[in-house]
Design a protein around this ligand. Sequence first.
Ligand SMILES: Nc1ncnc2c1ncn2[C@@H]1O[C@H](COP(=O)(O)OP(=O)(O)OP(=O)(O)O)[C@@H](O)[C@H]1O
Length: 259
Amino acid sequence: MDDKPFIRVAHYALAFPVLHGNARSLKKTLFRSVRDIGRVGGTMRRQGTVVSVQALEDVNFMLSAGERVGLIGHNGAGKSTLLRALAGIYESGVGSLEVSGRMHALLDPQAGMNMALTGRENIHLFARLLDLPREGVAALERDVEAFAELGAFLDLPVRLYSSGMAVRLGFGLATAPRPQILLMDEWFMAGDQHFQDKAHARLEEMVAHADIMVLTSHSLPIMREWCTRVLWMDAGRVRMDGPTHAVLDAYEAHVAQQG
Ligand SMILES: Nc1ncnc2c1ncn2[C@@H]1O[C@H](COP(=O)(O)OP(=O)(O)OP(=O)(O)O)[C@@H](O)[C@H]1O
């Protein structure tokens, strides 16, 4: 039996309705700004009284085990939307999108945390969600406690944490599972310098174990370091798909040409 993970996306499209009714001046402004600015956001479409943004349009690609893929492109090109669609967040897309394998998405370090519970109770809650056996729960607790370095705060409610402290705990939890498919938003790499170094090492360990990784980023050095393949997104479409260096060289040349 072949249980290798894969991602298959065929003719996938996703639109967000943004305006209803007859807000004429706002609609005019929106369409004018889209023409003037050119490369920001998806394409605006009007159907009757509804204006929508075509965030993704006719997206096609196939990813197999061993591929680390970077999504690059201008602001609003559709990178986060594509990542979220792969994570199963949207139900309204057309075309097909198959994600086969044990997937984990790093989209929001604080997702799923209960602010009224202590850090330690949140670890136990997370362990229940993962359906871990008793030894697994203890191992998870040791692992996250060592990573988050919250000391006595681990036994206080998360609502009393500073935002950086909550991120340490959330990041430790989110990066604890060993998924086959890892989806990751670039801002997951933000934080203070000490945390960034630790987070980077932990992500590297996680990435090394994932069979497929999809990462959105504006950082070309991060792409060159972590990705084997890059999809260049442009106004909701895949403009170029190929080996990291070839796509990034073309992307850089394009950006330089645009001034
Ligand atoms: N929930 C939403 N409702 C309406 N429009 C949305 C929503 N999410 C995204 N969009 C629109 O979809 C388009 C793609 O947005 P997306 O966040 O995927 O871009 P991105 O490539 O990740 O951009 P950035 O590099 O700026 O983070 C944009 O035009 C954005 O305005």
